[in-house]
Design a protein around this ligand. Structure first.
Ligand code: SF4
Length: 487
C-alpha cells in the first residue's frame, strides 16, 4: 500500500511521478543537476539520483528522500565528478518504492556505459518484460524503465543512438528520457510528446530537462522544447537533432498546464501561470455565480481563482491559509491527530469568510476527500453560501502515462454526476470547466474530437496509445505475476 494515499494530510491530488535533468560540458555538472532537481522537486518527492561521467568513469548516487537531503552533503557531491551528468526525481513510478528502482538506471553495455532517467510510463512494459525474461534477461529493478535498457542491450545497431532508437520503436506509452553515455547526453520525447522536455544553454554547456523552472535556477537560457518524436544529442560540438520516428499527432498532457507543472514554467511557448489564469477566466464565463468573494484552495487553485476574479469582477481574497510545514511527520498519525484532518494543512481565514457568499476555486477533484473537509471548514468559518468551481473537467479515468492516479472506481467523477458530487461535497453549487472551455483557454477553438490537440484521457477516456498491459490483465495473469514477485 502506498503510504501517501493513506495520509489524511494529503492534498487528494493526482501526482506527477518524475522529473529529469541532464547537462553536458559543465565543470560543475553534478551541482547544477542537483539544483535542477531541487527546482523539479514538485515532480517527485520520494527519491532522487544523479549519475556523472568524468571522462573515464561513471559515478552514481541514488537514495530515497528529498533532493536537499540527498545532495545537500558536500561529501556526496565530491564523489559525482565530471563535466556531464544526469539526474532524476521520482514520486513512485511503476514498480514501487525500492532503492533499486531509483533512477537514473545504468548498465555496462557492449558499446560502453549507458545511464537512463525516464519521465512517463510504458503501457506495454509487462509484455516486454515477459518477452525479455524468456530470452534470458535478468532484471535488477521492478521499474518499467529497465525494459528500455534490456532492449538497447539486445539491439543490433552499430551505435548507441541506433540501438536506443531500435529499443524505443518497441515501446508504447509516454516517455521523456534523458540518457548519459561516455560521449554525449541524449534527450528524447515520445512521438506524441505526452510529457514535457526542454533544451537550455548556460555558457558553453547544454541542458535537457523537464521544465523551464529548472533552467532558471542555474541561470541557463531556454532555447526551445524538444519536439514530440525528436531525439537531441548534446556533445562537445553542440546540439544535434534527429527525427527517428514517423510523425504523429501531438498529444501533450493538458493536465501539466492545469496542475502538474510549476506555474513559473513555460511549456511549448505557453506560460503555465497564464494558462491557469485563462482557465479561471473561461470558468467564470461558463459558470459565473452571484457571490461576495473568490477564494482559492491553495496553492494550486490560486492562478485560476485570480482569473475567475478578474473576469467576474468579484474580489479575490486568501480565505484559506496553507501551512507549508506539514510533512511526512504525520504520515501515520494517531486518531486524535487524524480527527483534525485537513486543518493541520489548511486553515480558514475567518475575517475573509464570515457572513459572505464564497466561491471556492480548485484545480481538480480526485476522490473529493479534501474538498469535503475544506467546505466544512469554510462553512464553520461563517460562509453564508459555498459554491465550488473547478479548473478541470471531471476526472473520471485513470492515467497510464506517468501520473499517479487512483483506480477508476476511487475517482469521484467516475461514480457520480455533477449534482451528486455537489451534494456529496456539501456545496450550494458545483461546476467544472467544460472540455471545449478548457481547449479555448489553451488557445484553440474547442476540442477537435476527430484529432484532439492534447492528451485529455483522464477526462474523456480517449487514450492516445494502446494500453497493451491493461488490456492483457484479465487474460494474461502471467504478466501480472511476473511483476508481483518483485513488488
Ligand atoms: S491521462 Fe490525464 S494526466 Fe495522464 S497524460 Fe493524459 S491528460 Fe495527462
Amino acid at each position: 500500500m502506498d503510504l501517501l494515499t493513506t495520509n489524511p494530510f494529503d492534498d487528494d491530488k493526482l501526482k506527477e511521478e518524475c522529473g529529469v535533468f541532464g547537462i553536458w560540458g559543465d565543470g560543475d555538472a553534478s551541482r547544477h543537476v542537483a539544483l535542477g532537481l531541487h527546482a523539479l522537486q514538485h515532480r517527485g518527492q520520494e527519491a532522487a539520483g544523479i549519475v556523472s561521467y568524468d571522462g573515464q568513469q561513471f559515478h552514481a548516487h541514488r537514495d530515497v528522500g528529498q533532493v536537499a537531503d540527498i545532495f545537500g552533503r558536500e561529501s556526496v557531491m565530491l564523489t559525482l565528478k565530471g563535466k556531464a551528468a544526469i539526474g532524476h526525481v521520482r514520486y513512485s513510478t511503476a514498480g514501487g518504492t525500492l532503492l533499486r528502482n531509483v533512477q537514473p538506471l545504468f548498465a555496462d553495455l557492449a558499446l560502453g556505459g549507458f545511464c537512463l532517467a525516464h519521465n512517463g510510463n510504458l503501457t506495454n512494459a509487462m509484455k516486454l518484460r515477459k518477452a525479455l525474461v524468456s530470452r534470458g534477461a535478468i532484471f535488477q529493478s521492478t521499474a518499467d524503465t529497465e525494459c528500455i535498457i534490456h532492449l538497447i542491450a539486445l539491439a543490433q545497431g552499430k551505435t548507441v543512438i541506433d540501438r536506443l532508437t531500435e529499443a524505443l520503436r518497441q515501446i508504447e506509452g509516454a516517455y521523456s528520457l534523458v540518457c548519459l553515455t561516455d560521449d554525449c547526453v541524449i534527450g528524447v520525447r515520445d512521438p506524441l510528446g505526452v510529457r514535457p522536455l526542454v533544451i537550455g544553454k548556460r555558457g558553453h554547456s547544454y541542458i535537457v530537462t523537464s521544465e523551464t523552472c529548472a533552467l532558471d535556477i542555474i541561470g541557463a537560457d531556454y532555447i526551445r522544447d524538444v519536439e514530440p518524436g525528436e531525439m537531441v544529442i548534446l556533445d562537445a560540438s553542440g546540439v544535434h537533432s534527429l527525427r527517428p520516428f514517423p510523425p504523429a499527432q501531438h498529444r501533450f498532457c493538458v493536465f501539466e498546464y492545469i496542475y502538474f507543472a510549476r506555474p513559473d514554467s513555460s511549456i511549448e511557448g505557453k506560460s503555465v501561470y497564464d494558462s491557469r489564469k485563462r482557465i479561471g477566466m473561461e470558468l467564470a464565463r461558463e459558470s459565473g455565480v452571484d457571490a461576495d468573494v473568490i477564494i482559492p484552495v491553495p496553492d494550486s487553485g490560486v492562478p485560476a481563482a485570480i482569473g475567475f476574479s478578474q473576469e467576474s469582477g468579484i474580489p479575490f481574497e486568501l480565505g484559506i491559509i496553507r501551512n507549508h510545514y506539514v510533512g511526512r511527520t504525520f504520515i501515520e498519525p494517531g486518531q486524535q491527530i487524524r480527527n483534525l484532518g485537513v486543518r493541520l494543512k489548511h486553515n480558514a481565514n475567518r475575517a475573509m469568510i464570515a457572513g459572505r457568499r464564497v466561491v471556492l476555486v480548485d484545480d481538480s477533484i480526485v476522490r473529493g476527500t479534501t474538498s469535503i473537509k475544506i467546505v466544512e471548514m469554510v462553512r464553520a468559518a461563517g460562509a453564508t453560501e459555498v459554491h465550488m468551481r473547478i479548473a478541470a473537467p471531471p476526472t473520471a479515468h485513470s492515467c497510464f502515462y506517468g501520473i499517479d492516479t487512483p483506480e477508476r472506481e476511487e475517482l469521484l467523477a467516475s461514480r457520480m454526476n455533477v449534482e451528486e458530487m455537489a451534494r456529496h461535497i456539501g456545496v450550494d453549487s458545483l461546476a467544472f470547466i467544460s472540455m471545449d472551455g478548457l481547449y479555448r483557454a489553451m488557445g484553440q477553438e474547442g476540442r477537435d474530437n476527430e484529432n484532439p490537440q492534447y492528451c485529455d484521457a483522464c477526462f474523456t477516456g480517449d487514450y492516445p496509445t494502446q494500453l497493451t498491459d491493461r488490456e492483457g490483465q484479465s487474460t494474461d495473469d502471467g504478466q501480472m505475476s511476473l511483476l508481483s514477485r518483485f513488488a
